[in-house]
Design a protein around this ligand. Structure first.
Ligand code: FE
Length: 344
């Protein structure tokens, strides 16, 4: 867009998540959505790379004829199959939908960090596949072959169609609601629900002391993803504040309905992928866990709880909880910072 030559300074009160009036997306200041700046700094402090994590134990476990059962191998490959393409779908959303339509410069700054983190996650899956000498064609193509993965991805991608369209523009009631709907589907559902059965399986391996390198990769990924989810929820809540007219009872009902559809798809995924359960987690446990997670997402955007299901995997909160996680990550993150400093 052309630059207007003017000595008038940008008015912070005109900054908006979308539809910023006289939107100047080039100037970081004056900053209004400080949650984005905080998220950016947290992301930088959590910097990591997949190749820093040793996969030696995993290679031994995968090669051993006795350590992993056939069901465990299948579960490991299928969750990896889901993961390998999920972060590319996430990256597309960040770059092709959010970055294009968000008019808050500090939010766009964080999106650049988030886009990079999605790339790091895809790298992590690639690194796991490569370390274990898995068949790339088999794992990376699973989203087009395995129904339970295909159905989740097709659900997400069906919402991308409208919003990735080059002609799509925010600024009308319908298009702004469409953008908000995409945020609900992307943040609450893809980042907030669809990753969680797979996270649970990976931490199940970790609790058995199996495939510990892959599980550690996933723990770093989950730390980043919690931040992405927080950011997405902040975006949704900020839009609600800035444009309350969008958050109609009909829209709220639609959002709840989408979350419920997602819970069904995720429960179906878990039941198909782990028909006999895994590590003491059975289909019913997964279903309850997904319902518990869905309620946590709904309450963050002030929508009514739908399930009131207690958490059947309380150990997952320990793996997820960002505060508790801090100690776990302290050593490596510090090491990384020192290494980075010496390099320079
Ligand atoms: Fe993400």
């Amino acid at each position: 867009m052309p630059i207007t030559k003017t000595t008038n300074k940008v008015d912070v009160n005109k900054r908006r998540i979308i539809n910023g009036e006289d939107a100047d997306v080039i100037q970081l200041y004056p900053m209004r959505h400080t949650f984005a700046w905080d998220a950016y700094n947290t992301g930088n402090a959590n910097h990591w790379l997949p190749t820093e994590i040793s996969m030696q134990k995993d290679i031994e476990h995968w090669k051993s004829p006795t350590i992993l059962s056939e069901d465990e191998r299948k579960a490991f490959k299928t969750v990896l199959g889901f993961f390998t393409t999920a972060d590319s779908i996430a990256a597309n959303n960040v770059v092709l939908a959010m970055y294009r339509h968000i008019t808050s410069p500090e939010c766009r700054l964080y999106l650049l960090r988030q886009a990079y983190e999605e790339a790091v996650h895809t790298h992590a899956y690639q690194y796991i596949v490569e370390s274990l000498s898995l068949d790339e064609g088999e794992i990376f193509n699973m989203y087009r072959e395995v129904d339970a993965i295909y159905d989740k991805d097709a659900f997400i991608l069906s919402f991308n169609e409208g919003i990735f369209d080059g002609n799509f523009k925010t600024g009308t009631f319908e298009s702004d609601q469409k953008f908000l709907e995409n945020m609900v589907v992307f943040s609450l559902i893809l980042e907030g629900i669809f990753f969680y059965s797979s996270f649970a399986v990976m931490f199940g391996f970790q609790r058995q002391n199996k495939m510990v390198g892959a599980a550690e990769q996933i723990q770093y990924i989950m730390r980043d993803e919690s931040q992405h989810l927080n950011f997405g929820i902040n975006i949704i809540n900020a839009i609600k504040e800035e444009q309350p007219e969008l958050w109609t009872p009909e829209f709220q009902a639609r959002a709840i309905n989408l979350v419920k559809q997602a819970v069904d798809l995720e429960a179906k995924f878990a039941a198909e992928v782990f028909p006999k359960g895994i590590f003491g987690m059975n289909a019913d446990g997964f279903k309850k866990y997904i319902e518990y997670i869905a309620d946590r997402r709904l309450e963050r955007v002030d929508l009514p709880l739908q399930y009131n299901t207690p958490n059947p995997f309380p150990w997952m909160s320990e793996a997820i909880d960002l505060n508790k996680e801090k100690n776990f990550f302290e050593t490596r993150v510090t090491e990384y910072k020192v290494g980075g400093t010496l390099e320079w």
